[in-house]
Design a protein around this ligand. Structure first.
Ligand code: CA
Length: 224
């Protein structure tokens, strides 16, 4: 998942970013709502973790503003306020879930997986597509029942295709799913290399090339 964290607390923000990266996610961390809002408009984040206690505008103000602007990205609110009123207000303002601090990475990751599963329209915790099975919790992939060893980037790429299984995804969009903004620019042909590896390790039909547009997941009939 490509995730956005909005948290002004340096220790907590760093712990969340590192913890979620260790679980294989691509993470960008922002300390203020205005930076986060600009980023939301320019990259395809799968989910946002938003702290409510931010300096300047409260997280709730940003949440309302983003929803009014049409941002549909799933959003989980982090709050230190253990009042039922704040939770209800957060959900009414367009949050999809909330967690009360202190939180653990494991619980946060599980809640984010649940949000992604809903977005992707998968009913089960293990995602099925033709003869392919993907478990986002354990990051395991099976093809016709046999385990497939994928690298972190290959897993992230496969997850992006399985999340939007009916769409053609452009190269630029897929690269945004694979790389956060903190590291080096990806190599020019890195996407093609990862796609080549997915086809070799799983099946040539797992990813379809749509000439001049990008790539799409092979239809489930094609990957049985
Ligand atoms: Ca805070």
């Amino acid at each position: 998942m490509r995730l956005m964290i909005v948290e002004d607390d340096a220790l907590l923000g760093d712990a969340l970013a590192q913890g979620l990266r260790q679980l294989g996610h691509v993470v960008d961390w922002f300390r203020s709502g205005d930076q986060a809002g600009a980023a939301l408009a320019s990259a395809p984040f799968d989910a946002v973790v938003l702290d409510l206690g931010l300096p300047g505008n409260d997280g709730m103000v940003w949440l309302r503003r983003w929803r009014q602007a049409g941002v549909k990205t799933p959003l989980l609110v982090l709050t230190a306020r253990d009042g039922i009123e704040q939770r209800v207000a957060g959900l009414d303002a367009g949050a999809d879930d909330y967690l009360v601090k202190p939180i653990t990475i494991d619980e946060l990751a599980a809640r984010l997986r649940a949000l992604l599963r809903r977005t992707a329209g998968h009913a089960q915790s293990v995602w099925q597509h033709g003869a392919l099975e993907y478990d986002p919790a354990s990051k395991t992939v099976r093809w016709r029942g046999a385990p497939v060893e994928l690298t972190g980037r290959e897993l992230a790429l496969l997850e992006a295709f399985l999340t939007e299984s009916h769409r053609v995804l452009s190269k630029a969009y897929l690269l945004e799913k694979l790389y956060d903004w903190s590291g080096a620019e990806p190599e020019g042909n890195s996407l093609e290399v990862h796609i080549h590896h997915l086809r070799r390790k799983i099946d040539p039909a797992i990813v379809r090339t749509v000439r001049g547009v990008g790539y799409a997941l092979g239809s489930d009939e094609a990957v049985r």
